[in-house]
Design a protein around this ligand. Structure first.
Ligand SMILES: [Zn+2]
Length: 69
């Protein structure tokens, strides 16, 4: 499926579009989850939402710190 919408816990568990990480976001995620998984992470594209999560497993993820607005 090419559908980029995924369930976002930070957005009331509704479906949201997720986009690829910027370089700065990727570096942060890399430090959290390691190289094997960082490339599978996407960020919620809903305005100011800062959740990043695994593309295939929406339950795996976390919220980026305030500096990533
Ligand atoms: Zn969200």
């Amino acid at each position: 499926m090419a559908d980029s919408s995924k369930r976002c816990k930070n957005c009331g568990d509704r479906m949201q579009n997720f986009r690829k990480l910027t370089d700065g976001e990727y570096d942060y995620v890399l430090a959290q989850v390691g190289r094997a998984e960082a490339g599978n992470y996407r960020r919620c594209d809903n305005g100011r939402c800062r959740r990043v999560q695994h593309y295939f497993r929406f339950g795996e993820g976390f919220t980026l710190p305030d500096s990533f607005r």
